[in-house]
Design a protein. Structure first.
Length: 519
């Protein structure tokens, strides 16, 4: 019986009759919402019934958001959002769902990236299997306002009998909310009691966080074609770039560095480390670590990880331990909008090179501000990594006097006179392996079209290069550099990072990554 009297609403029953839920509105209290769900519990053995399964995350009737796990106030109702299925690799029940929307250009842009990352767990009181993980994300409500961080625990809702996953031979449905559980030990996967209160949070750079809850029904759906077809354990190396905002005071700066990433197809886990180049800002050097405990590897194109939660610290700043809430995703997990690219350009369909997103918070003590911590926040930043071309291949190309012609894209974060947004452009590159000279031609990246040429090549790394360039754009003097490597057999692809900023005039800075394949 409803505690608020008569109700009306809609309900769902899975085709096999093993899972149901209903969104209800009390007749006498039309602004209130009630939700009920349940079904037949699934056995733990059913979690290993298929290599990859997929689920649709249905809307929360109370939040009324197109994007799962966030409120409409955090731009959860933006149109043109890419919302992936919730993918589950059943052997270890690693699960991943990602949503991305980037609408508009420049100072008129709004963006949201949210991901749910979870792994299998066991409720100690009942021995029943369940989902347990985290939600991570960032939202740029307006280009002229600082990004908002989104964070939450994530778990499947447990009924009075200790069950939370429903079905018979396979999972037909369940419900996800923000409840956090205590564990018998970090990384054990054995859950004990609930943490009360458990809330999701929207955290601005200044002021108090906004806490909320969500109730997201999850129903079985078909796996998209190709998902799970290629699953490889591999180690990749590369670069990253982006823009961070430090607060207090709110101060943007570019950040670049190196990426190392590994995937484990047997355990469905991902681990990554981003190590920054020396920074001119007060943060000095930054190291960020992701996974493997809180990560999900679905296939070679779809994977993600949150900050490291066991073992070593998730981040260090100048060698000192720091707190962090971070995310790292492959671009295949949250497909980027083509509207960012100029006409005639496309994202690199690279075979030996991966790229994706990272963002979130690094929190450190700030002695100059008493008890107020320093927060360094990235909205949607970028990484790339792949299989470095063997030095013997580079030598062979050099001996042949070979010339490589590459086509792809560059994508990065921009801070432009108070507005922060994502930009992308076309890339055409030429490199002569005999002379070690070449050029990068950039097409309409945030309105900038220019060429950089004559790279300097590292004496110890034949597969690495660096271009520097100074340009004048819209009355601003801008200087910066590209750093990259060759990837795949016989330098089939190239990728790296870039960083540009004004040396005079209004503040403009940008950093990100590029990726391109031989034509």
């Amino acid at each position: 019986m409803s505690p608020l009297g008569s109700v009306s609403g809609t309900s769902f029953l899975s085709p096999d009759g093993t899972f149901f839920y209903a969104n209800l509105t009390p007749v006498n209290f039309p602004k209130e919402r009630e939700f009920v769900a349940g079904g037949l519990p699934v056995s733990a053995s059913a979690l290993a019934s298929a290599p990859i399964v997929a689920f649709s995350v249905e809307p929360d009737a109370a939040l009324q958001s197109n994007i799962p796990f966030i409120r409409t106030n955090t731009r959860g109702n933006l149109p043109n959002a890419y919302v992936s299925p919730l993918f589950v690799a059943p052997q270890t029940s690693a699960a991943l769902q990602s949503s991305l929307v980037i609408n508009g250009q420049g100072a008129h842009q709004q963006s949201v990236l949210v991901t749910a990352i979870s792994n299998s767990a066991t409720l100690q009181s009942s021995g029943a299997p369940m989902i347990n993980g985290v939600v991570r994300g960032t939202s740029q409500l307006a280009a002229t306002s600082p990004p908002v961080r989104i964070g939450s625990a994530l778990s499947s809702v447990v009924d009075r009998n200790g069950n939370s996953l429903y079905g018979v031979k396979s999972i037909s449905g369940f419900v996800l909310d923000q409840t956090q559980y205590n564990t018998t030990a970090p990384g054990s996967g054995v859950l004990t009691t609930r943490v009360i209160p458990s809330t999701a949070s929207e955290v601005a750079l200044t002021g108090l966080p906004t806490n909320y809850g969500f109730t997201q029904p999850v129903t079985a759906t078909s796996v998209p074609a190709g998902v799970g077809a290629t699953r490889t354990s591999q180690t990749l190396t590369g670069y990253f770039g982006g823009v961070m905002t430090a607060s207090p005071p709110a101060q943007p700066y570019t950040i670049t560095g190196t990426t190392s990433l590994s995937t484990d197809a047997a355990s469905n886990r991902v681990a990554a480390t981003l190590i920054s180049d020396p920074l001119a800002s007060a943060t000095g050097g930054v190291k960020m670590q992701f996974g493997p405990a809180s990560s999900a590897f679905i296939d070679d194109n779809i994977y993600g990880a949150a900050e490291s939660q066991t073992g070593s610290a998730p981040a260090t700043v100048n060698g000192k331990l720091a707190q962090a809430q971070l995310y790292l995703l492959s671009s295949g997990a949250a497909l980027p909008p083509t509207s960012l690219l100029p006409p005639g350009s496309s994202y690199c369909q690279c075979q030996y090179l991966q790229w994706g997103y990272w963002g979130g918070d690094i929190t450190t003590a700030n002695a100059g501000l008493g008890n107020t911590p320093r927060i360094d926040r990235g909205n949607i930043n970028f990484w790339t990594a792949g299989h470095i071309t063997p030095a013997a291949d580079i030598d062979k190309l050099a001996g042949q006097g070979a010339v490589g012609n590459y086509t792809g894209h560059l994508i990065g974060s921009v801070f432009n006179s108070g507005a922060q947004y994502v930009a992308a452009g076309g890339l055409n590159a030429i490199y002569n392996f005999g002379t070690r000279m070449g050029s990068l031609n950039i097409t309409n990246y945030d309105g900038n079209t220019f060429t950089v040429s004559n790279p300097m090549v590292s004496g110890t790394g034949k597969y690495t290069f660096s271009f520097s360039r100074a340009i004048t754009q819209q009355g601003r003097s801008i200087a910066g550099a590209f750093n990259g490597s060759f990837y795949g057999p016989m330098a089939a692809e190239t990728g790296g990072n870039f960083r540009f900023q004004t040396t005079a005039g209004p503040t403009y800075l940008t950093s990100g990554i590029f990726a391109a394949a031989k034509r």
